[in-house]
Design a protein around this ligand. Structure first.
Ligand SMILES: Nc1ncnc2c1ncn2[C@@H]1O[C@H](COP(=O)(O)OP(=O)(O)OP(=O)(O)O)[C@@H](O)[C@H]1O
Length: 385
């Protein structure tokens, strides 16, 4: 249940506020602080969802309390209570991060509405965090090999910038995972991550897919539709399999990257977009350039930073950790009993060629989890792989 701290030097006002809140919901947990110092001290041992905080108090005032909570308990919502004469300060407080302010004496309806909305906002923040944790767990990068650690170092350096990134590497080496990690660790992480598989979209549709279209632009365009560039506004656009994009689509992507502007198919107005582009390919783009299949100018626009994903055969040290990770994940996802892999089974896995890389390893682990006994033996591995 919601935990609320009332920070107010006048005892009578504290009592009125407490009574009103408990009348609204008996389950609210309400604490009181009679000055700013107490409110700050109480933050150490407690977490509050909401602070109702007087602005004018002797000693440490409400503004200081607000600043303290913004820094040390940023999810706590703070509603300021302002008396005559400190209206300007109340407005300033909103700029510092207060959720809202109430004037003294507080109007009952406004007080209750503000409290409800502030608590809703706090719950939303918590839910978002839980969701984010789940998502980042889903895209966890497992492995401690030197090759993977150097990719990790690069991600940490690249993520906070807006530099375009080209991720190269064979199928199943984890290129998409890297793109997601860069997004998650960037300051665009509250914006969308939009993925486009350029190889999967027929060339005649790719323009509309990327830039959107206006109603009537072509026969099946029955209404306006936003493209992936616009959907990724404020976030990251991941252009997977960029080496498979047609030359005409490449020309349009080049323009979007040069000008940060797009024009929907059938539209006559440009739309400005704020998108970080990360591209990936399993092709050697230099070869594609010499064959005339890929534009050199687009290559240079995309490849400000190049991340080269190692093959699984170059990081066999990671196989034990990957097997453990996938088997736990598969057991959970499919409700299968947990199984272990015998040491000689793991050594055997480390010697296989793994042309499909980590995706192939995951499939093999899944197959063995389904078909193998509780400790998966070398014989079983040889039989089923
Ligand atoms: N280091 C890693 N730790 C855990 N899982 C990984 C790792 N790298 C890749 N995977 C998993 O392997 C699978 C393939 O990875 P991903 O799709 O990122 O590869 P890709 O290089 O983009 O493949 P493709 O080129 O075929 O699109 C995914 O299920 C991904 O979650």
């Amino acid at each position: 249940m919601a935990r609320i701290l009332i920070v107010e030097d006048e005892k009578a006002i504290r009592k009125v506020l407490r009574d009103i809140l408990l009348n609204e919901n008996k389950k609210y947990h309400i604490d009181e602080a009679e000055n700013g110092q107490q409110a700050i001290d109480m933050a150490g041992d407690n977490f509050y969802d909401l602070l109702l905080c007087d602005i004018k108090m002797p000693g440490i005032d409400g503004v200081e309390v607000l600043k303290y909570y913004r820094e040390y308990s940023p999810d706590t919502q703070v509603v300021m209570i302002s008396g005559h004469g400190d209206m300007d300060t109340a407005i300033e407080c909103i700029k510092t991060g207060a959720y809202d302010y109430l004037s003294k004496p507080p109007d009952l309806n406004r007080l209750l509405n503000t409290v409800r909305n502030a608590l809703d906002r706090k719950n939303l923040l918590t839910e978002n965090k839980i969701l984010k944790k789940k998502v980042s767990k889903q895209y966890q990068m497992v492995g401690q090999s030197e090759a993977l650690n150097s990719v990790r170092d690069m991600i940490d350096k690249i993520a906070p910038t807006d530099a375009r990134v080209l991720i190269t590497g064979a199928n199943g080496t984890g290129k998409e995972l890297v793109a997601r990690q860069i997004h998650e660790k960037s300051n665009r992480n509250s914006g969308p991550f939009v993925e486009v598989n350029c190889a999967a979209i027929p060339s005649e549709l790719i323009e509309s897919e990327l830039f959107g279209h206006k109603k009537g632009a072509f026969t099946s365009a029955v209404k306006d539709r936003k493209g992936k560039f616009e959907l990724a506004d404020g976030g990251t656009l991941f252009l997977d399999e960029i080496g498979d994009m047609s030359l005409s689509a490449q020309a349009k992507v080049l323009r979007a990257l040069q000008e940060n502007k797009i024009t929907p198919v059938g539209g006559d107005k440009d739309i400005t977009v704020d998108v970080r582009v990360i591209a990936a390919t399993n092709k050697n783009l230099q070869d594609e350039i010499s064959k005339g299949n890929f534009r050199e100018d687009l290559y240079h626009r995309l490849s400000v930073i190049i991340v080269k994903m190692p093959k699984l055969s170059e990081r066999v040290d990671d196989i034990p950790l990957l097997v453990e990770h996938f088997s736990a994940k598969i057991a959970e996802e499919q409700g299968l009993p947990m199984k272990t892999f015998a040491p000689d089974t793991i050594s055997y896995l480390q010697q296989l060629p793994w042309t499909g890389n980590i995706r192939e390893l995951r499939n093999v682990v899944e197959r063995l989890m389904i078909l193998g006994s509780s400790t998966i033996t070398l014989e079983e591995a040889k039989k089923y792989i």
